[in-house]
Design a protein around this ligand. Structure first.
Ligand code: ADP
Ligand code: MG
Length: 156
């Protein structure tokens, strides 16, 4: 599944519709260069989950935790990770075991330590806007994540 996101509002909107489609406990990987729109997408997802206020990039903190009304969302940015072992020290296993949606930017930095994702997103720059490719890896989600091309929407 591949779609174009014409501006940052569409990226946020996509994040919001993705939230509706994902189960409470889910591992989401976000690939893409700097500025590809990963944090923008997570911002849309968090706002749809009821978060009010800013969504700061966890580039330095590695993780930001959001305990929202209906679910917990953990937002990781592993760009500055020097060694996948750092994930052990920061208690990554605890985060992954919780009933939460874990959104991971730069998951390749945790190669060999992170388990396989349930859903992978690949964002890339276009002349205008961005392209997003969605790969659903979890068998349990393969038939439930249905993409509505016309509305640029994900449906259950
Ligand atoms: P990343 O987390 O991948 O480094 P950000 O989410 O911080 O990237 O986004 C970088 C910039 O790209 C922001 O200014 C954002 O508004 C913009 N942006 C996001 N999505 C789009 C889009 N679909 N089209 C154009 N610009 C976008
Ligand atoms: Mg980012």
């Amino acid at each position: 599944m591949k779609i174009e996101l014409l501006n940052s509002e569409e990226t946020e909107q996509f994040g919001a519709s993705l939230l509706q489609a994902l189960p409470q406990k889910c591992l989401l990987f976000l690939y893409g260069d700097l500025g590809a729109g990963k944090t923008t997408l997570v911002r849309g997802l968090l706002m749809a989950a009821g978060h009010v206020g800013t969504v700061k990039s966890p580039t330095y903190s590695l993780v930001e935790e959001y305990r929202l009304v209906d679910r917990s969302v953990f937002h990781f940015d592993l760009y500055r990770l020097k060694d996948p072992e750092e994930l052990e020290w920061m208690g990554m296993q605890d985060y992954l075991q919780q009933s939460a949606l874990c959104c991971v930017e730069w998951p390749q930095m945790g190669n060999g330590y992170l388990p396989a994702a349930d859903v992978e997103l690949h964002l890339s720059h276009q002349t205008d806007g961005r392209m997003i490719e969605i790969n659903v890896l979890a068998n349990s989600l393969k038939n439930t994540l249905v993409f509505n091309w016309k509305n640029k929407d994900l449906l259950l």
